[in-house]
Design a binder for this molecule. Structure first.
Ligand SMILES: Cc1ncc(COP(=O)(O)O)c(C=O)c1O
Length: 418
């Protein structure tokens, strides 16, 4: 669901106070890079391979400042970054990290990337580095980005996944090497017995269990009570890394993400989407212990933590914390879900309404594409998900109850005429 309304504009960030987090950020940098940064901060002249104002290695092709200034006009005023190299921490990154740490207590290390795909890919690699194991367990229907490691059993109809006791991992794209199947175990989401059985058999070979807290790709299938807790317990028991993919839920369900809402503490969490409010960004949050599995040089991203994305991140946190946006999300989300339940009462074609906050799915008995088209023609932009029979509502968190009512009225009209 899309509403043509602008969330708060990027604001100029405030002065950063804390240096402690900066230390945690730089702790894994190659010593040489930290040294270069220190010299820069102390005012010495440094001859740089990456010109000032650039956002990464080999990025800037001209030292004329105008284009960079236009792009980062707000970020630059705050930034003390004089030279940025791969994985070098800038002051805006520090400020975002401070805010993340406030929102998600227990986080000791943050690494920035440019998308959710990148964040989950790095998360899986660090989990493998940390455990020395290769196997990854993911759940059917979950989506973790377009990379070969997890693009399995994501979009196919449930029948394609075979028997629940021995599920078939189905590649969700052409071009994935068949040998990647050796590294993946897939299981139905919310299958308590199946999960315990697989952990008993393979737990000691599994590097990580990755899951969305509630399944966004399938339009808001919630975890059953105790399922995330079971994953937490079993991953601890078998020494696997628990990766919670909060790319969709992050800062959309509670201030601290779904992990706060469900009171679950993963070893590693990934964020993107809302963190940049439209500006590409990704982040991987973990503990020092796990992050230390990455040696200097193990992780870098040219644009990871770039000033524009970081300025957007700061504005996002200030908006979330300062404008009561999540309270609005909870209130309007409950209202919208209640309205959709009522709509279900008058339309047999609605099989299920589900969701939390403003991540809502309406499962139809038939194909949803035509419904989406008609809604669009009336000014309501929604998309399908799952295997094509689910309407997905993931609007900005600033929508009002009146907006939600308007959306339901349009949907009602469309379903009545279908
Ligand atoms: C849960 C989840 N993980 C990862 C991704 C991939 O993020 P991106 O599209 O930023 O690469 C998505 C995108 O929809 C997602 O919903």
């Amino acid at each position: 669901m899309y509403l043509l309304r602008n969330p708060s504009p990027i604001q100029r960030p405030t002065q950063s106070q804390c240096r402690a987090v900066a230390c945690s950020c730089t702790a894994r940098q190659p010593a040489s890079m930290a040294a270069v940064q220190n010299r820069t901060e102390s005012g010495s002249t440094v001859i740089s391979t990456a010109p000032a104002e650039s956002s990464g290695v080999a990025v800037t092709i001209s030292t004329r400042k105008k284009p960079a200034r236009a792009l980062t006009s707000r970020a630059k005023k705050r930034s003390t970054i004089r030279l940025r190299m791969a994985a070098m921490t800038g002051e805006l990154e520090i400020e975002v990290v401070e805010k993340i740490v406030k929102m998600c207590p227990g986080v000791e290390m943050v690494r920035f990337a440019c998308s959710g795909t990148e964040a989950t890919m790095h998360a899986i690699r660090v989990a493998r580095a940390y455990t020395g194991r290769d196997l990854l367990l993911k759940f059917e229907g979950n989506y973790h980005g377009f990379h070969d490691h997890t693009l399995w059993s994501t979009y196919a109809p449930v029948e394609a996944y075979g028997n629940r006791r021995s599920p078939i991992a189905v590649p969700a794209s052409s071009g994935i090497p068949k040998t990647m199947r050796e590294f993946i175990i897939t299981l139905p989401f919310n299958d308590f017995d199946g999960f315990e059985r697989v952990m008993r058999s393979y737990g000691e070979q599994i590097a990580a269990v990755i899951t969305e807290p509630c399944q966004g790709n399938c339009a808001a299938i919630n975890p059953q009570d105790g399922f995330l807790e079971l994953i937490r317990r079993k991953t601890e028991e078998y020494g696997c890394v628990f990766i919670l993919d909060e790319v969709k839920t992050g800062f959309r369900i509670a201030n601290g993400g779904a992990q706060e809402y469900y009171r679950i503490k993963p070893d590693l969490a990934t964020y993107a989407k809302a963190l940049g409010n439209g500006i590409p960004v990704g982040a991987m949050l973990t503990t020092d212990r796990i992050a230390s599995a990455f040696q200097p040089g193990s992780h870098a991203a040219t644009f990871g933590g770039n000033p524009l994305a970081m300025a957007a991140g700061i504005a996002v946190f200030e908006t979330i914390l300062g404008e009561g946006i999540l309270a609005n999300c909870r209130r309007v989300g409950s209202h919208l879900i209640a309205r959709l339940f009522r709509l279900q009462g008058s339309h047999d074609c609605i099989r299920e309404v589900r969701g939390r906050g403003l991540m809502i799915g309406v499962e139809l008995t038939g194909d949803a594409a035509e419904v989406v088209r008609h809604c669009m023609a009336r000014g309501l932009l929604i998309i399908t998900s799952g295997s094509g029979n689910v309407l997905r509502f993931v609007p900005p968190l600033i929508i009002t109850e009146a907006d939600a009512d308007h959306a339901v009225t349009i949907l009602d009209e469309v379903l009545t005429q279908s």
